[in-house]
Design a protein around this ligand. Sequence first.
Ligand SMILES: [Fe+2]
Ligand SMILES: [Fe+2]
Length: 328
Amino acid sequence: MSTLIPEANEAAASSEESETIGSDDAYVALLARLSRQSVDKHFDAYADVPWDDPEYRIDPDDPRWEVGLDDPITATDWYRSLSPEQRARLGLDLVVTKMKLGLQFESVLKRGLLEYALELPNRDPQFRYAYHEVIEEAHHSLMFQEFVNRSGFDVQGMRPGELAVARTIVGLGRRFPALFFFFVLGGEDPIDHVQRKSLRSGQPIHPLLERIMRIHVTEEARHLSFARHYLKHRVPELSPVRRAALGVAAPLILFGMAQMMLIPSRQVIERNGIPREVVREAYLRNPAHRQEVVSSLRKVRQLAEEVGILGPLHRRLWKALGLWPAQP
Ligand SMILES: [Fe+2]
Ligand SMILES: [Fe+2]
């Protein structure tokens, strides 16, 4: 499968967003549609990416790796003083690190989905869709790891403590699926937001990265649709105690994920010798950057409101955690 029409896919996904998935029948019909789409339009990490095409080779000095203008580090004097090669290497390092973090996130996601599917009754259509998603995520992780391997950068991704925390999420797939699906959206929605923005930016993108991003956004549209509709369908059925727990735990999970998105990893900072003041100026003390991270969680926040777990008290928690936009 090689034809990519993300716009069409986007349109299909957004028409699903506007539907009311209140009834069991509508939810089952959505699962059947998503499962069908996974059969009709799916990608293989090796058959559908021409890894050995000379055009797709990764050259760390290629100016197309320079950091995208949407990254606030590009506005600093320090970044502007770098040579073109240094800028390209920093940009590639940022991309490779995001791929590594992405595949680690997907590892948790796949295991959580398998936990979720493990005890579903026979004939439950969620089983089939969960497995389609696991298979697609496995191909994404193969693409991401292959990209990391070919980049020449030995990136670590999450630190051991972060990996230990991430592992605790896996069991939520069985014990508290609604919270697990908020975690899923907290990871997938911002990545999707960033990739779509980059594809539309008009900036030159390396063909290998572009190929990977187009495959990813095409399949993620379905994953996002499943997670959203699962929550729309299931959260209203939860007991008041569970809903209250979800209202508190969901922003805490999103806060943890926003922290990781807020600044580049320690390894990237050290390897590229980014001075501490530059990290502060570009990321930590840059309200515009914080707002950008917060706005990448806009759809998750709207969903929390829609399913009734974002009342006035919860809003105070979102604000205290820095997850509330200056202008919602
Ligand atoms: Fe993915
Ligand atoms: Fe996904």
